[in-house]
Design a protein around this ligand. Structure first.
Ligand code: FAD
Length: 386
């Protein structure tokens, strides 16, 4: 059986490795548009940007595993009836296909080429070369990427301003009261944070805001989100959801029994949360890959994870497990952990510099155990089931 995986990021690489671990002996091709050996993305906005690491390549011996890497080669269209992926380097036939093309960063309308995005290794190395002590950096977007880029730019001695259209940082991801609490982190790090401030134009040496303000900038970094990178599937009949993610089923099949989708490019129905989820985080690419590998090999494994991610910003480790849905009741556990409960059961946990709470909370979400709110609110007791 020939398996082709499109996309050589975390999800594609981990699917390939899991396929071999789970006994796949047929051919295995990993197609990646980027020319570089496959690498991990989280270090790009941390150690690689800071200059503490030159790269974040996966330490995997692809030859030894019999994984054929087809790098610098892009899939351009799919004919699922003929089981053929057309690429800019010729056609690839498959028996099973895995879609793992990740997400592409969103640019501002009219964004000039001189502005930096931060998605790829090339992006990170180019930005790093531009960050010198005293450089005036404007970061557009106070989401995860913007906060991490601002952290590093400041560590490198740049003068940093972050411009955020929403009223508080992390507005797209977390309830406003938590995002609001991170405002002090910006101030403590010496970063100017302008919220409720929209960018109208980026010019050669300035960022212009819609209220008429003009921010002098030597370097502009745009971190305003990413969208599933599925344009090449147009006309293939592979189902996409309303956000452009491949609408996979509970076993991560993509509308056909021989096509699967995993990682940032896909969404899946979560029985646990009662709705379709798109998760743009590292752990989803890892866990989903194992499920896809099992199902490619004929398994019948449902994918219904407790999503997890972390972010390292302004000297703090922020970790979240679960999904924070409107309707879940927040419960503060000391000053640095928030629990969200629904009918006495833990739905989500957010911690700042409290990894033990995160680990225990994640297990409690997975098990669906009930909590005693009074005990759970006490940060000096262990977080455990009632
Ligand atoms: P990707 O990593 O995007 O890989 C997809 C690959 O497919 C890309 O290499 C792309 O070039 C290739 N591709 C796309 N289209 C085609 C095509 N048509 N043909 C061939 N190849 C194609 N998550 C966390 O939980 N914590 C963090 O701290 C964190 N930090 C991050 C920092 C940065 C700078 C970034 C960008 C992301 C970070 N993430 C973090 C998110 C995490 O890295 C992603 O969720 C993860 O990389 C998703 O893996 P993926 O394989 O689905 O997609």
């Amino acid at each position: 059986m020939a398996v082709v995986i499109v996309g050589a990021g975390m999800a594609g690489v981990q699917t390939a490795v899991a396929l071999r671990q789970q006994g796949h002996t047929g051919s295995l091709t990993l197609l990646g548009a980027e020319p570089h050996p496959p690498y991990d993305r989280p270090p790009l906005s941390k150690d690689v940007l800071l200059g503490r690491a030159e790269h974040s390549r996966f330490e995997i011996d692809f030859d030894e595993l019999g994984i054929e890497l087809a790098l610098g080669r892009r899939a351009v269209s799919l004919d699922p009836d003929a089981r053929t992926v057309k690429t800019d380097g010729g056609d690839l036939a498959y028996d099973r296909l895995v879609l793992a093309t990740g997400a592409a960063p969103v640019a501002l309308p009219g964004q000039p080429d001189s502005a930096f995005l931060l998605r790829t290794q090339d992006d990170a190395l180019a930005l790093r070369a531009a960050l010198r002590p005293g450089t005036r950096v404007v970061v557009v977007g106070a989401g995860w990427i913007g906060a991490e880029a601002a952290t590093v730019a400041r560590q490198l001695g740049c003068e940093v301003t972050v411009v955020e259209a929403a009223a508080s940082p992390l507005a797209g991801a977390l309830p406003a009261e938590f995002g609001e609490r991170t405002r002090a982190w910006y101030a403590d790090a010496g970063v100017d944070l302008l919220t409720a401030s929209a960018v109208s134009e980026i010019t050669a040496h300035a960022v212009h805001l819609t209220d008429g303000r003009e921010l002098a900038a030597d370097v502009v970094v745009v971190g305003i989100g990413a969208r599933p990178d599925n344009g090449w599937l147009a006309g293939s009949g592979i189902p996409l959801d309303d956000r452009g993610a491949v609408a996979a089923d509970a076993r991560l099949r993509a509308g056909r029994p021989d096509v699967f989708a995993v990682g940032d490019c896909a969404s899946f129905p979560s029985a646990r949360y009662g709705r379709r989820l798109t998760v743009h985080h590292w752990d989803n690419a890892l866990q989903g890959a194992r499920v896809v590998a099992a199902n490619v090999l004929g398994g019948e494994v449902d994918y219904d994870p407790v999503p997890y991610f972390w972010s390292e910003q302004f000297g703090h480790m922020v970790q979240v497990a679960g999904v924070i849905d409107a309707g879940a009741e927040p419960l503060a556990r000391g000053g640095t952990t928030v629990l969200w409960l629904r009918e006495g059961r833990l739905q989500a946990v957010l911690t700042v510099d409290r990894p033990r709470d995160l680990t225990q909370g994640r297990k409690l979400i997975e098990s669906g155990a009930a909590l005693d709110p009074a005990k759970a609110a006490d940060p000096d007791t262990q977080l455990r089931a009632a």
